[in-house]
Write a protein that binds this ligand. Structure first.
Ligand code: NAD
Length: 474
């Protein structure tokens, strides 16, 4: 079989057709700063066509048997797997991430399609005390807008597409303007499998997202991105009371207890913090380390930072790539400069940050004050504060002192002790002696300003449904 062609032209997929647009959007290689491709710049007219196509397709898609839908989702997973190598190369080129991580991301997307194909849709009957029988059904909502960010463009989109389609909805998907290409290619690939209009993929500049969240033909928005944008989405979704699932920012704490293996945990948390160049919503972003092991922990982290300078994602053995885009690069650079001008001590340095590629080396800051911006805000890049503690209750208080509540982790030789600490953390996910364990069957949900609603698992699937209760008189 001949591999798919990942070179351009890149097209939108609307109503099963490849659509080129008069205007285009340059896509920049973050390792060089150069535009290497053009993506469609869809306008309000394209969006209207995509929504109308999704609306037409909904009538058929919701009515076919779940077995038929499941078979098509399995076929979609298989098709993505067949093309995983060219898709991974394209993802590395546009996103910057190491090729092995891009391969993992494509496989994760396929895995989610397959897992939801196998996932049973819950149906429940209840006998009421007066003898009436109620059937509780979960029916599809209609047209779903799926909006993804640029850090895991394919994986986070698949987390929406698989359950939305499984539940019988049709979709208009919009990747980030920074990383549209791999998602557009997947849209084209799946148009050979799914009926026309079931999955539409459009890309465009910053105007397109707001048009989607305000569009009266869209019934639900599933959005992953920053907390600020999530609030804007929620405001404009109010127009026709769209359902919303919002997966937003995080500032995840990790707490390392005095009895933990300092060097081993430092290595796990180094990758927990700097994987994907720190551009992970659930990256460890504040690491509280007990005073008794702080110096050993920090020394190992610094050793790893020096051993893993950022390189092009397709370089042999790459583990850390560039920051994905210039806006984010400038934001992280500004935070580093702010930390320096405030007199904070750097344990490892960011290196030369002149460009043209967006390279910043893993940068570690030694015990900044709790109110420093590097502690309060989400850097979303390779910048990490280590914080000392001696009183565990105080560390828990400091960890919880955040407007975010996405995830967190606790590390100890005593798992019961770690669990007891974990129960006190204000976060949707708490990992105990591990980090970044995400599966299609575990619910993922942010507390506080990290989001509304749930992704993954049965709970995440039900977010793409309305409840319908059929009550029968015996
Ligand atoms: P962003 O909010 O800038 O953009 C996300 C997406 O929304 C993009 O596709 C963008 O084009 C679109 N968009 C922008 N304005 C819009 C609007 N008004 N209405 C509708 N859509 C709009 O986020 P980003 O910079 O791409 O991603 C980084 C952020 O995402 C970080 O804060 C990170 O923590 C968060 N994130 C969260 C999760 C999670 O699951 N909780 C996962 C990954 C990233």
């Amino acid at each position: 079989m001949i591999e798919m062609d990942i070179s351009g032209p890149y097209c939108a997929t609307i109503d099963g057709q490849r659509v080129e647009t008069p205007q285009s959007l340059p896509v920049i290689d973050p390792a060089t700063g150069e535009a290497f491709a053009q993506a469609p710049d869809c306008d309000a007219g394209h969006l209207d066509e995509a929504v109308a196509a999704a609306r037409r397709a909904f009538r058929h898609w919701k009515a076919i048997s779940s077995e038929e839908r499941d078979a098509l989702l399995h076929a979609a997973a298989a098709r993505i797997r067949e093309e995983s190598e060219p898709l991974a190369h394209l993802l590395t080129r546009e996103q910057g991430k190491p090729l092995d991580e891009a391969r993992h991301e494509i496989e994760t997307a396929a895995r989610w399609f397959a897992a939801y194909a196998d996932h049973a849709m819950p149906v429940e009957t209840r006998r009421e005390p007066d003898g009436r029988l109620a059937e509780i059904r979960h029916v599809p909502i209609g047209v779903v807008a799926a909006i993804a960010p640029w850090n895991f463009p394919v994986q986070l989109m698949a987390w929406k597409l698989a359950p939305a389609l499984k539940a019988g909805n049709t979709v208009v998907a919009k990747p980030s303007p920074h990383t549209p290409l791999t998602t557009l290619k997947i849209g084209e690939l799946l148009s050979g499998i799914l009926p026309a209009g079931v999955l539409n993929v459009i890309s465009g500049r910053d105007h397109l997202g707001p048009l989607m969240s305000g569009h009266p033909g869209i019934d639900k928005i599933s959005f992953t991105g920053s907390t600020a944008t999530g609030k804007a989405v929620m405001r404009s979704a109010a127009g026709n009371l769209k359902r919303v699932t919002l997966e937003l920012g995080g500032n995840d704490p990790a707490i390392v207890l005095a009895d933990a293996d300092a060097e081993a945990v430092a290595e796990r948390l180094f990758w927990g913090a700097f994987r994907n160049a720190g551009q992970v919503c659930i990256a460890a972003k504040r690491i509280y380390v007990h005073d008794a092991i702080y110096d050993r922990f920090a020394a190992r982290m610094v050793e790893l930072a020096r051993a893993h300078p950022p390189v092009r994602g397709d370089a042999p053995g790459a583990r850390i790539g560039p920051v994905q885009n210039r806006v984010q690069f400038d934001r992280v650079k500004a935070m580093i400069e702010e930390a320096r001008s405030s007199g904070l001590r750097f344990l490892s340095e960011p290196g030369e940050m002149a460009g043209p590629g967006n390279f910043i080396a893993p940068t570690i800051i030694d015990n900044p004050p709790d109110d420093a911006p590097v502690v309060r805000e989400e850097p979303f890049g390779p910048l990490l504060p280590l914080l000392r503690f001696s009183d565990l209750d105080d560390a828990i208080r400091r960890a919880n002192d955040s407007e975010f509540g996405l995830a967190s982790s606790v590390w100890s030789a005593d798992i019961e002790r770690a669990t007891a600490v974990g129960r006190q953390l204000e976060a949707g996910t708490v990992w105990l002696n591990t980090i970044h364990c995400m599966t299609p069957t575990l619910p993922f949900a942010g507390h506080k300003q990290s989001g509304i609603g749930i992704e993954n698992s049965t709970e995440g699937l039900l977010e793409y449904t309305n409840v319908q209760v059929l009550v029968r008189q015996p």
